[in-house]
Design a protein around this ligand. Structure first.
Ligand code: GAP
Length: 433
């Protein structure tokens, strides 16, 4: 991370709040641990990341369809999926300072990492949030907030296949909230208890799964170039046997080099026929696929790609953050930038604000834009650099004479003169996906 200081995370947290990317949840009540809200710029960045994923997974591919399943599902889903029994982390408490740790993330034989105190024996803690359906709060009415979106895809496998008449191999993609009662959330929005996932389950003929697993590993790593993430900050991490989730035969993480170390941003899993077979067993419904090519019936295997929107948002912030001698710049890919263009009148007179407002109104029909007339133009440029706005349009005295404006490029800081009636045509290919 050349040119980046070790307190980068502090700077990002502060910039995120100051400029309206991310706020602490319920801040006026003192906040709630590891819960965050996205502000006016954060929600734009988040939507742009989701749109890029959806476009590359669903719109650009004839073999993948999208769905949007509910957060609450039949409780048997989570028995079938293995989450009731197995979605647990080993929890230890410090008897002295009362802090809690995941036993698999520390060396319990050395005592409490915080104060050196004695630790309790590890006890298994289920990460699913429980609530009740209806007014009666008893075991018969327990439902869970989904801890992954994938199960909404498995239980709809037949509905999607039948309604779209898809043949294997094909995928189902989904973006949506997931919830985990993490023992040790932290590192800002890296690990939280409420987050959003972007998951795709690719259903394949058994025996072809390993080939598809390799295919999706490569596809997904390559996708990060479209997200604008530098290659040198990405790597694969294969899961050893002890790391594999209960459903996986093989798994690779894509990791990013965060200021706090290399950490997972996406998982690619070979889930075999585990989930569909279990749902078949628990629901009593035949979930086999009839293969028209050879007349066989079988339960498809699944290769899953699973990433988190919040974690990718943090990744784009870290990767885009650049300190230059005179300015801080978020060098997002232009289509990720929350604001695509800012419009400035050079001065607040001579009809310049009126022209600038007219340009703003026209561009607002196509892009998220921002009008600013306060302070020197240099300061206005810096304010936009800090939130990653790729283009700044200035109306000046020459505009009054020849109906041209300057368009300043965020990265090069070079300015071009463009006719007012060509601004939209200039911007569209440069800020669109
Ligand atoms: N369906 C498979 C699955 O959920 P996972 O490795 O547990 O696999 C996939 O999670 C992705 O979801 C992670 O790579 C990460 O991007 C995101 N994620 C998981 N837990 C998270 C948390 N507590 N906070 C934010 N993102 C999380």
């Amino acid at each position: 991370m050349a040119g980046k200081t070790s307190n980068l995370m502090d700077k990002l947290v502060s910039l995120s709040k100051r400029r309206g990317f991310i706020f602490q949840s319920s801040e006026i009540y003192g906040g709630i641990n590891s819960c965050y809200d996205y502000g006016p710029l954060g929600v734009e960045l988040k939507n742009n990341i989701k749109h890029l994923w959806w476009k590359s997974m669903v719109y650009e591919r004839p073999d993948i369809e999208g769905i949007d399943a509910g957060i609450l599902m039949h409780p048997r889903v989570w028995e079938a999926s293995g989450h009731v029994e197995g979605f647990t982390d080993p929890l230890v408490d410090c008897k002295t300072c009362k802090m809690r740790f995941r036993a698999d993330q520390i060396d319990p034989s050395r005592g409490c990492p915080h104060c050196g105190g004695e630790l309790t024996e590890p006890r298994m803690f289920n990460l699913m949030f429980k609530t009740f359906m209806g007014p009666v709060e008893d075991e018969a009415h327990v439902v869970y907030l989904r801890p992954e979106t994938a199960q909404g895809i498995y239980v709809n496998f037949h509905n999607v296949r039948e309604s779209t008449r898809k043949k294997l191999p094909f995928g189902i993609a989904q973006v949506g909230k997931a919830f985990r009662n993490e023992i040790t959330p932290g590192n800002f929005i890296f690990r939280t208890r409420e987050f959003e996932q972007m998951e795709m389950q690719y259903f394949v003929k058994p025996g072809t799964d390993e080939e598809w697993f390799e295919y999706w590993k490569e596809q997904r790593l390559r996708w990060y170039d479209r997200l604008g993430i530098r290659k040198e900050n990405l790597r694969f991490h294969p899961h050893g046997k002890e790391e594999l989730a209960h459903y996986a035969k093989a798994a690779f993480d894509i990791e990013y080099h965060f200021p706090f170390g290399w950490n997972e941003i996406e998982g690619i899993h070979n889930r075999t026929d585990f989930d569909l077979s279990r749902h078949q067993q628990y629901s009593g419904k035949d979930l086999r696929y009839y293969d028209p090519e050879n007349g066989e019936k079988y339960v498809p295997y699944v290769v899953e790609t699973s990433t988190g929107v919040d974690r990718l948002l943090l990744t784009t912030l870290v990767d885009a953050y650049t300190e230059e001698p005179e300015r801080v710049v978020l060098k997002f890919k232009p289509y990720l930038a929350p604001i695509k263009a800012a419009i400035f009148p050079l001065v607040k007179r001579d009809g310049m604000p009126e022209i600038a407002h007219k340009i703003e109104e026209e561009l607002r029909q196509c892009f998220k834009v921002f009008y600013d007339e306060s302070g020197s133009v240099g300061r206005r440029y810096r304010r936009q650099d800090e939130v990653g706005t790729p283009f700044c349009i200035t109306v000046d005295s020459q505009t009054l004479e020849d109906q041209t404006v300057t368009i300043r490029n965020r990265d090069t800081m070079q300015q071009e003169r463009i006719a007012v009636d060509r601004i939209r045509e200039y911007l569209t290919p440069r800020v669109s996906l």
